[in-house]
Ligand binder design. Structure first.
Ligand code: ADP
Length: 272
């Protein structure tokens, strides 16, 4: 089920204005890769282009050796799933309905859900701990439950790659960790390649094998969290002054920002 993805010489943007140009990236198969960078640096646009929601003006995204923008929609949807930022559902649809949408790429025009589809939908609901809430309407769920329902839909798609744009936005800390742990579990147990955008740097470090830092539409640095997370990178990419220490339990780097670039935090605001 594992898929390989490589972007070559990619340029994309909106209304003829490129957000990024000549972008190159190889997604590590079977790993969790996270794009990090300041607001407006182009992370979502890159993710959308990789997931075929946006057509590049130049360059190619190869999925298992084929140009993704030349593949039929259903063929792509059998290989990758994308959870856009703040995805909305039509009113009245239930968790099960949403998960069943995930089987759409496998259906022919007239066929309903097969027994195998039902089995996969059940598995997706179970994996995301949503079985008990299957008949609940999406509108009646908490933010964390809603996000799990969307992940169930993506899982029902049975793809090798899962893209998520800020999957933890608006969730409290425990629900953020719950979603990220779920993604790690799917990555380890199902060998799903995960590519996401996260805002929280320390979560990105904790849950990613590979980080890609984006600055002004360009790749600034990529590598393991140990390789990428330095005070210098944080100053250049995020415009913050920060210390990088070691997490006492997890033994991964932790960022401790103490002010914006060139302006370390002053405790007594009268001194500012
Ligand atoms: P990030 O995800 O890093 O915050 P985005 O990819 O969303 O960055 O945005 C990159 C740039 O593209 C920004 O200047 C933003 O204003 C612009 N942009 C994003 N979406 C659209 C859109 N739908 N139409 C026009 N410009 C857009």
């Amino acid at each position: 089920m594992q898929s390989d993805m490589t972007a070559k010489n990619l340029t994309a943007g909106y209304n003829g204005n490129p957000v990024f140009q000549n972008f190159e990236l190889k997604i590590p198969s079977g790993k969790i890769t996270t794009l990090i960078g300041a607001n407006g640096s182009g992370k979502s646009t890159i993710l959308k282009t990789l997931a075929r929601l946006l057509t590049p003006s130049e360059g190619v995204v190869y999925l298992d050796g084929e140009s993704i923008h030349r593949m039929p929609t259903k063929a792509v949807a059998q290989k990758l799933a994308m959870l856009p930022q703040g995805a909305q559902t039509p009113a009245g649809i239930t968790v099960r309905d949403l998960a069943e949408y995930g089987r759409y790429p496998y259906r022919t025009r007239l066929s309903g859900l097969t027994a195998k589809d039902d089995e996969i939908v059940r598995w997706a609901l179970e994996s995301t701990n949503m079985l008990a809430l299957a008949d609940r309407e999406i509108d009646q769920l908490s933010g964390g439950q809603r996000q799990r329902a969307w992940i169930a839909m993506a899982l029902a798609q049975k793809t090798g790659i899962l893209f998520l744009d800020e999957p933890t936005t608006y969730l409290d800390i425990s629900h953020q960790l719950e979603i990220l742990q779920l993604l790690r579990r799917l990555n380890v147990q199902q060998n799903v390649t995960v590519v996401m955008v996260l805002h929280d740097l320390n979560h990105a470090i904790m849950f990613s094998d590979y980080l890609v830092t984006i600055k002004d539409g360009k790749k600034y640095l990529e590598g393991t969290p140990e390789e990428v997370i330095t005070p210098h990178m944080l100053r250049e990419v995020f415009d913050v002054e920060a210390e990088v220490v070691r997490h006492p339990v997890l033994r991964v780097p932790v960022c401790l920002p103490y002010g914006v670039r060139g302006q370390p935090f002053v405790k007594n605001m009268k001194e500012v």
